[in-house]
Design a protein around this ligand. Structure first.
Ligand code: ADP
Ligand code: MG
Length: 283
């Protein structure tokens, strides 16, 4: 019989070519050909698709780790009916990633829990899948890493690395006060990326408050000068998804700050099911 020798030869080739998934599914495919369920070309096609899918999944997994995306979110998992003021088509247009080619800055603004980090993460995941280099960080961590690099004498290299990514996501601008000198470090990074690389920024504070956020109105003005040129601003006016099942427990003064909109219908408040109390405390 010549068939086993040919199969052995194919297996040796697959090992040499480093095609582990194809090697794994080869025997099953051969069996299906022998049983007349598939022809040779069909089997070849299936084996190659398996290997390609395996490699693609591995590439995305590695790239997600490199980008420091710690939680994974998707646009499919975002309930647009919960945020009626948010234009779904604008978000879907961003998911086509042309803003990355144009090196634009996308600002996602809104109160806590309105899905800013979710959307920023989901867009970053789309970019990773499309093979773009992505770095995801909170502002506090980003400034922390820049400050450490400065102490270590490696600030130039750190900024060069961060400036190379096709997309830099800076989450949580405005939650924590920026450490002294931090605004300046962030400005150096923004200046290095200006008109070269895209950014997504999320903030619970308006631009007028950036002087306060960065503890320095001069730095804030210089930052906004770059970050509002070629910018897309998306304001989410809605209520907190985290608090949707607990609106009754939220004090009136918090509710009146539009964290919880009194207009949410009870039906909408309840969905989707299966969320836990942990959502209330997660960042
Ligand atoms: P923000 O960054 O604006 O404070 P998040 O994006 O962290 O809010 O959202 C809080 C939690 O609620 C996350 O688990 C997020 O996935 C979820 N979430 C927020 N808005 C929606 C939505 N419209 N549909 C589905 N999940 C949402
Ligand atoms: Mg957030």
């Amino acid at each position: 019989m010549t068939v086993p020798t040919t199969i052995d030869s194919i297996k040796r080739s697959l090992v040499g070519l480093k095609m582990p998934r194809a090697l794994e599914v080869l025997d099953a495919a051969v069996r299906r050909v022998e049983q007349g369920e598939m022809d040779g070309i069909g089997a070849l096609d299936q084996i190659l698709i398996e290997e390609l899918t395996h490699r693609e999944n591995r590439r995305v997994r590695t790239a997600l780790l490199v980008s420091r995306l710690t939680t994974i979110k998707s646009l499919q998992g975002f309930d647009f009916t919960f945020q009626p003021c948010l234009d779904r088509s604008r978000i879907m247009a961003l998911a086509e990633l042309k803003f990355i080619d144009r090196a634009e800055v996308v600002h996602l603004l809104g109160p806590p829990g309105t899905g800013k980090s979710h959307l920023a993460t989901a867009l970053a995941v789309e970019a990773v899948k499309a093979g773009r280099s992505v770095v995801f960080s909170t502002l506090a961590d980003l400034i922390g890493s820049l400050a450490k690099a400065e102490r270590d004498g490696t600030l130039r290299e750190r900024i060069r690395y961060l400036a190379r990514a096709s997309l830099l996501v800076v989450d949580e601008i405005g939650y924590l006060p920026v450490t002294p000198g931090g605004g300046n470090l962030f400005f150096q990074l923004v200046a290095a990326r200006y008109e070269k690389g895209a950014m997504i920024l999320t903030s619970n504070r308006g631009f007028a408050e950036w002087g306060e956020v960065f503890g320095d109105p001069v730095v804030a003005t210089a930052l906004l000068d770059r970050l509002l040129h070629h910018a897309v601003v998306i304001q989410i006016e809605g209520s907190s998804y985290r608090l949707r099942q607990h609106a009754d427990l939220v004090p009136e003064h918090v509710r009146s700050k539009a964290l919880i909109s009194p207009t949410i219908s009870p039906r909408r408040r309840g969905r989707p099911p299966g969320r836990t109390k942990a959502d209330l405390t997660s960042g």
